[in-house]
Ligand binder design. Structure first.
Ligand code: HEM
Length: 72
């Protein structure tokens, strides 16, 4: 079963102090530790729901295809 994260739990996974970096997008939680260095990527912080802001990124949704899902 998928692990369920509250927004508050998600905040812990901010990519800082040895924590992995997770972000939420459209209901899924992804492990972006390899992409979010020091908890940040292009000014976007890990541990947050990026659903709204993602449309401002240069990426297409298919960028998530190869990123591990760790929960919902
Ligand atoms: C709102 C969220 C995001 C914003 C604003 C953003 C923005 C950017 C920008 C400006 C670049 C540089 C583009 C270039 O060199 O032309 C970039 C590169 C990249 N982004 Fe994002 N991004 C976001 C989310 C993500 C997510 C969620 C992933 C992966 C799941 C991702 C993966 C990458 C990769 C692999 C690159 C190219 C390699 C690198 O520069 O590290 N990005 N992104």
């Amino acid at each position: 079963m998928a692990r369920t994260f509250s927004l508050q739990e998600l905040q812990k996974y901010n990519g800082l102090k040895g924590n992995p970096a997770y972000i939420a997008y459209k209901g899924n939680v992804y492990d972006v530790t390899k992409i979010f260095k020091n908890g940040e990527h292009a000014g976007v912080k890990a541990g947050t729901d990026i659903t709204e802001i993602f449309s401002k990124s240069p990426h297409d949704e298919n960028i998530f295809a190869n990123v591990p899902v760790v929960g919902v």
